[in-house]
Design a protein around this ligand. Structure first.
Ligand SMILES: Cc1ncc(COP(=O)(O)O)c(C=O)c1O
Length: 398
């Protein structure tokens, strides 16, 4: 089935800039949002609850709790396990700051671990030596939507009795050995930020198999008030409530959930479009020895949130930054995922880190470029990206 995006037709020739990312919004999202606006119930309510149920079913998790970001979801997971000042949490160095900043919220320490040089996911072989008597959890990031090596991580977590929190901001929908990400670990955090594979503007979801954690998270999401606080303005609710903890304001609105419901209903199609673009890129770029295409091993199903190529700089006369400038000049948007945490002033200075403390992350960062990959791209858009990459490489071959 074809789903036409409301953005289509805005940029048919490459005289127009191809954005790096765009959400895929159709009439179905618009109708669902209008329905929400007409209902008079704008914040957390029936659509958020339906979105939670349908998302839980989609990933096969017993509980899914809707929040306003993946950052909030990870913060709530660490709150649920009772993280304390001085505790340590294992965090891969190759990630967005959100994964580590939530640990710092507790005045606990993110213990950074280098990554596998090919996948950019946490290197499970290096993980164990970072576990100490203070370690309270292992955080894992599925970079670009490629699941990390969960069997090895779960074996270590089990051996040391540590909970695993997956940062699946990139990994909806993805599978590891046939199992859907969201149903594998103690907690999984998803992001519905505007660039993500399911986009509600801002939004997130936390899945867990543990009922007691789910109850705590639901309460802490809305000011530490008892579980169904959102119902207090309905005929089923009561004006009376009790605050049991100093909670947060992390709830999802029904407006965001309305968008999410329609994106979820179309998620197989959205994935298929991303996958088709990834396949086409990989096929086209496999002829270029100057590029390394992203790994796509048989035991996982990649979510293709990002398509990250690596430049073989030793075969080129230009740097990664110059390559990006050339793409921009060709009207192709691109990005870099990620600047490893230890290169940012906050983490570098706070934990006294040097650039070469994490050689695999540093090596990947210097060579990586994320190319546009989103369902609203036309076949011509995809060919334009390929042609631009080929042209730049052709002009800068050693
Ligand atoms: C790996 C990773 N984790 C977490 C986040 C944060 O997601 P959110 O904006 O929903 O808090 C992002 C966002 O880009 C991300 O890339």
């Amino acid at each position: 089935m074809e789903y036409s995006s409301v953005f289509q037709g805005q940029r048919s020739t490459r005289s127009a800039f191809l954005p790096f990312a765009l959400p895929h919004i159709t009439q179905a999202e618009i109708d669902e949002v209008v329905d929400t606006l007409r209902s008079g119930w704008l914040t957390t309510g029936p659509k958020t609850k339906r979105f939670e149920r349908e998302f839980a079913q989609r990933v096969g998790a017993p509980h899914a709790l809707a929040v306003n970001s993946a950052t909030a979801a990870m913060h709530l997971a660490l709150d649920a396990i009772g993280l304390q000042p001085g505790d340590e949490v294992i965090v891969p160095v190759y990630t967005f700051t959100a994964t580590a900043e939530v640990v710092v919220y507790f005045r606990a320490r993110p213990v950074l671990v280098d990554v596998d040089p090919v996948t950019c996911n946490i290197d499970s072989a290096q993980l164990e030596k970072h576990i100490t008597a203070r370690t309270r959890a292992i955080m894992v990031v599925h970079i670009a939507g490629l699941p990390a090596e969960m069997d090895a991580i779960h074996a270590l977590a089990k051996a040391y009795s540590l909970p695993v929190i997956e940062d699946a901001a990139h990994a909806f929908p993805a599978k590891y050995k046939g199992r859907t990400i969201g149903a594998l670990s103690d907690f999984t955090a998803f992001s519905f930020y505007v660039t993500k594979s399911l986009a509600t503007g801002e939004g997130g979801m936390l899945t867990t198999a543990h009922s007691e954690y789910a109850e705590r998270i639901a309460m802490m999401t809305l000011h530490g008030i008892s579980r169904d606080a959102w119902k207090r303005y309905t005929s089923e609710g009561s004006w009376y409530y009790e605050v049991l903890h100093a909670g947060y304001k992390y709830n999802m609105t029904d407006i965001a959930a309305a968008i999410g419901l329609q994106q979820l209903a179309r998620s197989e199609w959205l994935l298929e479009r991303r996958r088709a673009i990834a396949r086409r890129y990989t096929e086209a770029f496999s002829h270029l020895p100057e590029l390394e295409t992203p790994p796509d091993p048989a035991h996982v199903e990649h979510a293709w949130h990002l398509y990250m190529v690596r430049l073989r700089l030793e075969r080129l006369t230009l740097t990664r930054d110059a390559f990006i400038q050339a793409l921009t000049k060709a009207n192709i948007g691109s990005s870099v995922h990620f600047i490893p945490l230890h290169l940012h002033p906050f983490y570098r200075d706070m934990y006294h880190l040097a650039a070469d403390d994490f050689p695999a992350a540093l090596g990947a960062y210097r060579r990586v470029i994320s190319l546009p990959i989103y369902p609203g791209m036309t076949d011509e858009d995809v060919e334009d990206v390929i042609a631009a990459v080929e042209r730049i490489i052709g002009a800068h071959r050693k």
